[in-house]
Design a protein around this ligand. Structure first.
Ligand code: UD1
Ligand code: UDP
Length: 376
């Protein structure tokens, strides 16, 4: 029997984190599967950090990122790049993850090339195409194109069924981010990384650590200004310390460094390599973020998350009580954070919930599904 050939298209940091365990699991079954990676490099440094940590090498690197890129140019460059890569590999499947421009454009390129698409992390919905923007629409469009859907939760599966997607093509797997997180925690000593050394220098063990990240397009402008104002006010407390690895997007860097660059109790640092970030998350008291992946990871480490978005497609965690939606209103962020800092019962309740996104075996379930399909 010939091997099933899978082409993984990866553009950004979270896609690499969430696909690394899937590629690893498939490579463990190399009698049945051949895996190839095409990096669009929609992200450059932030993608390379993850690829290095997970020992992933791109077979093709389109090297597409340009500073301050826009959606039109990026989509166009990905389509053109894959137009030549797909025929060279002739894959049985193109595998994409999540909701980025890389995942959407790669799905479209596969469709134009008449290659079936497998979608990892399918079925998440806000049903509001302006938030997250453009990710909600990217994810819906990928579902229209995909032939195989790996849904993290039962709720995600139901969303797909309501959209008339054939139930036989949907597998509920949990989220592969938990596989990545557990692998990272268990992997041998990484305490000598540059990121970790720097963190040890700035961390004050006597203070509660609040970890911040943010990058959503719908928060650019006023949203980020309000978030910065909230952080500025919180930083006045002397029992906390704020650490913020700032995303490299210039639309984030500018307001954050302008408003918070000189605030004593706030450390603005570069994006961290994955193991250093996981280590920092584990050290933190709570996390304030608009990130998708961090909403899914932090509960596994028992860390409450305040989500600085008006709406989330990760509704399970809100229902489970591990994350709390605060939006970007300054008052609301300050008051919810203050409550969690001062009310120990509330803090304990939020930090002890079960993570609804799985227990770290999503990749094995994906491999099993590919095995079933290739036997039929
Ligand atoms: C992208 C995804 C978003 C995902 C996020 C993860 C889209 C439309 N957006 O948003 O869904 O949540 O990645 O972080 O697909 N930059 C660098 N170096 C890097 C990465 C980014 O300099 O390694 C800067 C560049 O100026 C780049 C800009 O950030 O042009 C924006 O990158 P882009 O991928 O377009 O958007 P993100 O906001 O990162
Ligand atoms: N992350 C990282 N270094 C950082 C910040 C985040 O490795 O400095 C990881 C984090 O653990 C999570 C992922 O990046 O797995 C989230 O990526 P991001 O927030 O950029 O994208 P999203 O998940 O919102 O699409």
């Amino acid at each position: 029997m010939s091997k099933t050939k899978l082409l993984f298209v990866i553009g950004t940091r979270p896609e690499a984190i969430k696909l690394a365990p899937v590629i690893r699991a498939l490579r463990f079954h190399s009698d049945y599967f051949e895996t190839r990676i095409c990096a669009t490099a929609q992200h450059r440094e932030m993608l390379d950090q993850v690829m290095n940590f997970f020992d992933l090498r791109a077979d093709f690197d389109l090297d597409l990122m340009v500073p301050g890129q826009d959606l039109f140019g990026l989509t166009n460059r990905i389509l053109r790049g894959l137009q030549s890569v797909i025929p060279k590999i002739k894959p049985d499947w193109v595998v994409v993850q999540g909701d980025t421009t890389t995942s959407f454009a790669a799905s479209l390129a596969a469709f134009y090339s008449k290659v079936p698409v497998a979608h990892v992390e399918a079925g998440l919905r806000t049903f509001d195409k302006s938030s997250p923007y453009p990710e909600e629409m990217n994810r819906q469009l990928i579902s229209r194109i995909a032939d195989l859907h790996f849904a993290p939760t039962e709720n995600n599966r139901e969303n797909l069924v309501k959209e008339n997607i054939d139930e036989r093509k949907i597998y509920v797997t949990g989220n592969t981010v938990i596989d990545a997180l557990l692998h990272c925690r268990d992997k041998a000593d990484h305490s000598h990384s540059t990121g970790m050394r720097h963190l040890r220098e700035i961390l004050d063990d006597d203070k509660k650590l609040i970890l911040i990240t943010g990058h959503r397009r719908e928060n650019f402008g006023r949203g980020f200004e309000q978030i910065c104002d909230a952080l500025y006010r919180l930083a006045m407390r002397d029992d906390i310390q704020i650490i913020y690895p700032v995303h490299l997007n210039p639309n984030v860097q500018q307001p954050v460094f302008d408003r918070l660059g000189d605030v004593e109790n706030i450390h603005l640092i570069e994006p961290l390599d994955y193991p250093s970030f996981v280590w920092l998350m584990d050290k933190s008291h709570l996390v304030l973020t608009d990130s998708g992946g961090i909403q899914e990871e932090a509960p596994s480490l028992g860390k409450p998350v305040i989500v600085m978005r008006e709406i989330t497609e990760r509704t399970e965690a809100v229902e489970a009580g591990t994350v709390l939606l605060a939006g970007t209103d300054t008052e609301k962020i300050v008051s919810e954070t203050t409550k969690l800092l001062d009310d120990d019962d509330l803090y304990q309740a939020m930090s002890k919930r079960v993570n609804p996104y799985g227990d770290g075996n999503a990749s094995d379930k994906i491999v099993k599904a590919f095995r079933e399909i290739s036997i039929v």
